[in-house]
Design a protein around this ligand. Structure first.
Ligand code: PLP
Length: 422
């Protein structure tokens, strides 16, 4: 085996949910023929209208005179110009902004934006000071666990819990009495809507975070992989928040194009330039084929339209089934709490004082043919002990209506038995 550097070591580890996904893949492979209800995927469903949209614009690209220019040549690192134009127009029109090309960077997937930012702003500064990558509300996207070359730079904060006990619902809130943002902060990062919880931080909460960061010139990256205008996977009213130190980050993945790897960073020119240089060094630019069809779908307005008429209702309806089935099949007297479903493609269930760990629950659910994701992998950067970390599971909304309902009934039965036995 070749000797690894510290970075080599860090980057060759599978973090968080990637390790569990491997276990799930092995389970499915080892039990071929057995019918599992798989409520683990983060991969979006292929919706016919969306597939048709991408097919249509691919055909248009294939027969256009631009084809060679798009696919057979390198382009600018910053991104394919018609796509940058389409995004600037969409955001300026929609949100009354004055974005120019200098405010926009196209990246190979939005995950790469977080990698660039985490390492450009987090880690050891020139004078040796550790600059932190702050996740203001844990749990959050498991992928943040792998974005930094300096693992000790990642710090996340325990939230406050707003509990509606009689309704069996709850919601996380950032705990501003704990959150520390100061000269040791390198950047701030959170998803809105949130994977895994479906939480949407309020505009007020986002504003407070941005205001805390401002005096220290700390970039605030708002991961809007599920946000409006596309994929518009918000089930509650929300508007993107912009500001001088805010980098609004988007992804085409949940709008049906995960295979093409397209992310978009929108923000202050100075920050965008830093991220762009990082990108040039790393991979030159994102796939131009994907960028070209995205440009057409955005410029025509169809992507934003289909996001609200097709993508959002599809997943919102699945969440309704999760809620209804749990309300029906979970005993009233058990301390189960479903996170408010404000967006994204997951439901998040907290089982207070669960007598076993989330990992053990995951194993028991596998035995009744249901696969979920144990929640403990969604707390990257949270160092303190917190029982809650082992009391949650993530339920994907990508399964069929019938599978979701049946999965929730089996889950209710297993969970009830666990509490009864203890
Ligand atoms: N951010 C969040 C919250 C996600 O859920 C995901 C993917 O699941 C990503 C970022 C990465 O998306 P992309 O495909 O744009 O790299």
């Amino acid at each position: 085996n070749p000797a690894l550097t510290q970075f080599g070591n860090q980057m060759s580890q599978l973090t968080g949910v990637r390790a569990i996904m491997k276990d799930i893949a092995q389970t499915l492979k080892a039990n071929i023929g057995e019918q599992f209800i798989n409520l683990s995927p983060g991969n979006p469903v292929i919706l016919p209208e969306i597939e048709q949209l991408w097919r249509k614009y691919t055909e248009e690209l294939l027969s256009s005179s631009d084809y060679g220019e798009v696919v057979c040549r390198y382009g600018q690192s910053q991104g394919y110009e018609p796509l940058i134009d389409a995004i600037a127009n969409e955001f300026n029109r929609h949100y009354g902004l004055n974005l120019t090309h200098q405010n926009i960077l196209i990246t190979p997937g939005s995950q790469s934006i977080y990698f660039y930012a985490a390492n450009a702003f987090g880690g050891y500064s020139k004078n040796g000071q550790l600059k932190q990558i702050v996740l203001p509300l844990s749990p959050d996207y498991t992928g943040y666990g792998g974005v930094t070359l300096i693992p000790e730079a990642l710090v996340s904060y325990k939230p406050e819990l707003e509990i509606d006990a009689s309704a069996h619902r709850f919601k996380y809130r950032p705990d501003f009495s704990q959150l520390e943002i100061n000269e040791t902060t390198g950047c701030i990062l959170f998803s809105r809507p949130c994977n895994p919880t479906g939480n949407v931080l309020s505009e007020d909460e986002v504003g407070k975070i941005a205001t805390l960061a401002e005096p220290y010139d700390v970039p605030v990256l708002i991961d809007s992989a599920y946000g409006p205008p596309f994929p518009a996977l918000n089930f509650t009213e929300m508007s993107p928040v912009f500001g001088e130190n805010i980098v609004h980050c988007m992804s085409l993945s949940k709008a049906g194009l995960p295979g093409e790897r397209i992310g978009v960073a929108i923000g202050d020119e100075k920050i965008i330039q830093i991220l762009e240089s990082f990108q040039t060094n790393m991979c030159i630019h994102s796939s131009r084929y994907g960028q070209a069809i995205a440009a057409k779908a955005i410029a025509s307005g169809e992507l934003a339209e289909l996001a609200t008429t097709v993508v959002r209702p599809y997943y919102q309806q699945k969440f309704v089934i999760v809620e209804a089935t749990l309300d029906e099949s979970m005993p009233q007297d058990l301390p189960w709490f479903l996170h408010r479903g404000e967006g994204a493609i997951f439901a998040w269930l907290w089982l207070e004082n669960l007598p076993i760990t989330d990992w053990e629950l995951y194993q028991l659910l596998k035995k009744v043919g249901v696969i979920v994701v144990p929640g403990s992998s969604f707390f990257p950067g949270l160092r303190e002990e917190w029982g809650h970390k082992n009391q949650c599971i993530r339920i994907s909304l990508t399964a069929t209506d019938g599978d979701i309902a049946e999965g929730m009934r089996r889950l209710a039965k297993v969970v009830t038995e666990i509490y009864q036995k203890s």
